[in-house]
Design a protein around this ligand. Structure first.
Ligand SMILES: Nc1ncnc2c1ncn2[C@@H]1O[C@H](COP(=O)(O)OP(=O)(O)OP(=O)(O)O)[C@@H](O)[C@H]1O
Ligand SMILES: [Mg+2]
Length: 280
């Protein structure tokens, strides 16, 4: 809609879009994190992800994106503020921390697979040792999730025998096998060869379509544009601005957002990287 570029009406549009979304699953309220080194990685970050929403977090290097995801998962303590998952406050220690971590799947840039274990064993590990499911159920679940990411035929391969994209898909299957309520992706495609980026983005897009709640830190602007329901731009430990992808990419309010987007979008991606379908 061409008349939508007017600032006030865009704000209204964004509000309506948010109001239509489901209940809040992840709530981040005024979170601060200062590393022991003195670096203030998060300086009052607030954002929410509704159930079934894909929230993409973008922003320059060092802006605090990874720190934020680690805090959501209880891997990193916070100094001030609150993080709630399904209304329960995230802790970093003890049984509650473990419970939260079970509900949140995390996929890192560096896969983090067990190198001595086959793809299937990697996916079996959580359901077996953490959920303590019966052996047959573990087996069935692991095979089902490997199949879901398109790797049924690689069950017996070791990580070293797989491409980067395949390893990352195993890592996604491993996280999904815990049947998490939400998935966090931290630059899941940044370490991949260009030819395997698309296969991982496609799996992520499929998850989004199925209604998985996802917090996705990414440099893949094509993914953020087409798959995100909501885009959060971070800079220097703070949220610079947030909105629908259409508003953020089409009519960023702040000059700093525009500069950042120009910088990243001047490194265009080959068509093969772009997710194949339009907005959900
Ligand atoms: N473990 C750590 N100890 C001390 N400082 C850290 C640690 N991890 C990150 N930092 C610092 O905190 C700030 C935020 O880092 P973070 O990794 O969260 O940024 P980012 O947005 O994920 O960056 P990138 O896009 O490069 O991954 C940076 O200044 C970084 O140097
Ligand atoms: Mg990072």
């Amino acid at each position: 809609m061409s008349g939508d570029t007017d600032g006030a009406r865009e704000t209204e549009h964004d509000r309506r879009h948010r109001a239509a979304a489901g209940p809040v699953l992840v709530r981040i309220e005024d979170v601060f994190r200062r590393y022991p080194s003195g670096v203030e990685a998060l300086r009052g970050v607030s954002l929410v992800a509704h159930e079934g929403e894909v929230v993409c977090i973008i922003g320059p290097s060092g802006s605090g994106k990874s720190t934020l995801l680690r805090c959501v998962n209880g891997l990193e303590p916070i100094d001030r503020g609150r993080i709630l998952i399904g209304g329960r406050e995230v802790r970093t220690k003890g049984r509650e921390a473990r419970q939260i971590r079970q509900q949140i799947g995390m996929v890192f840039q560096s896969f983090e697979l067990f190198p001595h274990m086959t793809a299937l064993s990697n996916v079996r590990e959580g359901p077996r040792t953490v959920l303590r499911l019966p052996r047959e159920e573990v087996e069935e679940r692991a095979r089902a999730f490997l199949a879901k990411v398109g790797l049924a035929d690689k069950a017996d391969s070791l990580p070293a025998q797989l491409s980067g994209g395949q390893q990352q898909r195993v890592a996604i299957a491993r996280a999904l096998a815990m049947q998490p309520r939400a998935m966090l992706f931290d630059e899941a495609t940044s370490a991949l060869d260009p030819e395997t980026v698309g296969e991982v983005l496609n799996v992520m897009q499929q998850l989004a379509r199925e209604g998985m709640t996802m917090l996705v830190v990414t440099h893949e602007m094509a993914f953020a544009r087409t798959v995100a329901d909501w885009v959060v731009v971070m800079e220097n430990g703070q949220v610079l601005e947030e909105g629908t992808p259409r508003r953020i990419f089409g009519a960023p309010r702040l000059a700093r957002t525009r500069e950042f987007l120009q910088r990243v979008e001047h490194a265009p991606l080959p068509a093969a990287h772009c997710p194949e379908v339009g907005p959900r």
